[in-house]
Design a binder for this molecule. Structure first.
Ligand code: PMP
Length: 455
């Protein structure tokens, strides 16, 4: 207002303020219009804000949020330093909006090899600010008011608000656990889709399904049979698939990762989402990408050019060099994509042992760096809160971090509000941690076990 007022009026307004202490232009002119856009309604809660804060305040060992506490590989850091301080000063300037040419070229080559098809780097790949922005672009580009998007529970929590923000309606379908026979430990493979239930969620309103394999939080790697079921339904109902594959290199016990885009009829209707954060253990770099046919990616480019427009050039250059190295070492023992899962599988097994010892029943993950454990036998440890609809696992995770110093995330956080009490006997740990961190977690669990067993 003041900027618009001419010099005389401004003088008058300022004078009025100083003589009466009252100003007709500052602070008092409250807006009566609603401030918040309608599309933000009901999506204000974010579990991470609360649990990250709790971990920061109370934890001595944080196995909550999903990021490695070990360093990113040297070859990647060195590539970043070279990009930063090398002779090519243009790496400090904007690059191509839809992806730095060296990065889209190597991604096209790499995914072309994985999918067995020729990819055009300029049209079939787009670089984003982490996988998060890739997902945002997908929902904004494809989802209209009235469209439904199928989300498989438990799910990475941002899918639901992103669908809603785009005006769509999330439709949830759960993975249903089936206890293994012969007293064996449960595996993430024991959590399965019910085929009839899944089929019942598809309708004329369904625009897309979100698939996350390997899945955060369970670590489930969907089998070929399950993916074929999803693919057949997508083709039958003319539905898109947003395939979040950020943990694509973190698969254990020699299990095969089947890419849904490689199944019959799926390339044309799938967007693959990837992340250098997960691939190269550098979550802070926030380099992500989408891979898919131009007929889909052309719409993502519109969202990208009208929002973020461009991602940090130096980081893209370094990730391009990382992929160059990995292409040369593909499948060899020195490859990071071979070494990282080997190390993480060992860490997974240590955590399984530690949890077993204290009586938390681990669900062995086939992939990712997460492990979900059953805490149903700890109900007597945690004070009951009568009339609270807070799920038991959430109360347990808060109690554990405050009383034992160990941070984890309740599984109920990966369900929609209406289903948050359906599977609330579980917590999720992240095992992408230094040996010392996992040892410290083990010490806490062993001490806890002694306290429980001593009279
Ligand atoms: N998808 C899944 C399943 C994730 O777990 C995460 C990160 N936790 C993301 C996407 C976002 O990845 P980025 O950090 O690259 O944005």
């Amino acid at each position: 207002m003041l900027r618009r007022a001419g010099p005389c009026l401004r003088h008058f307004l300022l004078k009025r303020k100083s003589s009466t202490g009252y100003s007709s232009y500052s602070g008092e002119a409250k807006m009566s219009k609603p401030l918040q856009a309608r599309r933000l309604e009901g999506i204000d809660k974010n579990i991470w804000v609360e649990f990250v804060q709790l971990a920061a305040t109370y934890s001595t060992v944080n196995l909550g949020q999903g990021f490695p506490d070990f360093p990113a590989p040297d070859f990647l850091k060195e590539a970043f330093v070279r990009a930063l301080s090398g002779k090519n000063h243009m790496l400090h300037q904007y690059t191509r909006a839809f992806g730095h040419p060296p990065l889209v070229k190597i991604l096209a080559q790499f995914y072309g090899k994985l999918l067995g098809r020729d990819l055009d780097p300029m049209t079939d790949v787009m670089v984003t600010v982490g996988a998060y922005q890739a997902l945002f672009c997908c929902f904004q580009a494809f989802v209209d008011e009235g469209d439904e998007v199928i989300i498989i529970e438990p799910f990475f929590d941002c899918y639901e608000p992103m669908v809603k923000m785009a005006g769509g309606t999330p439709v949830f379908v759960p993975l249903r656990p089936k206890a293994p026979k012969d007293g064996k430990m449960m595996s993430s493979a024991d959590w399965r889709l019910d085929s009839a239930e899944l089929a019942s969620k598809f309708s004329k309103r369904t625009k897309a399904i979100v698939l996350n394999s390997p899945n955060n939080p369970l670590g489930k790697v969907f089998s070929r049979e399950e993916l074929e079921l999803i693919a057949d339904l997508c083709v039958k109902h003319d539905v898109l698939c947003i395939s979040d594959e950020v943990y694509e290199w973190l698969v254990y016990d020699g299990k095969e990762l089947v890419r849904i885009a490689s199944l019959r009829g799926m390339w044309d209707r799938t967007v693959i989402v990837g992340s250098a954060g997960k691939t190269f253990s550098a979550t802070g770099w926030k380099v992500g990408w989408t891979v898919g046919p131009n007929r889909l990616l052309q719409h993502l480019r519109i969202v990208h050019q009208n929002s973020v427009y461009h991602c940090a050039t130096v980081a893209q250059e370094a990730v391009a060099q990382g992929f160059q190295r990995e292409l040369e070492l593909f499948g060899k023992p020195e490859s990071y994509f071979v070494q990282l899962p080997k190390e993480l599988q060992q860490k997974r097994d240590w955590l399984v042992q530690s949890l077993n010892a204290v009586g938390m029943k681990p669900i062995i993950p086939e992939g990712t760096y997460f492990l979900v454990a059953d805490i149903s036998e700890f109900k007597s440890d945690v004070p009951d809160v009568p009339d609270s609809d807070e799920p038991y696992d959430s109360r347990f995770a808060k109690w554990m971090v405050k009383n034992k110093g160990l941070a984890a995330i309740p599984l109920s956080a990966f369900y929609c509000e209406a289903h948050k009490n359906n599977y609330n006997d579980f917590i999720r740990f992240c095992f992408a941690k230094e040996e010392a961190t996992l040892k410290a977690a083990n010490d806490i669990l062993q001490k806890w076990k002694q306290e429980k067993t001593s009279p």
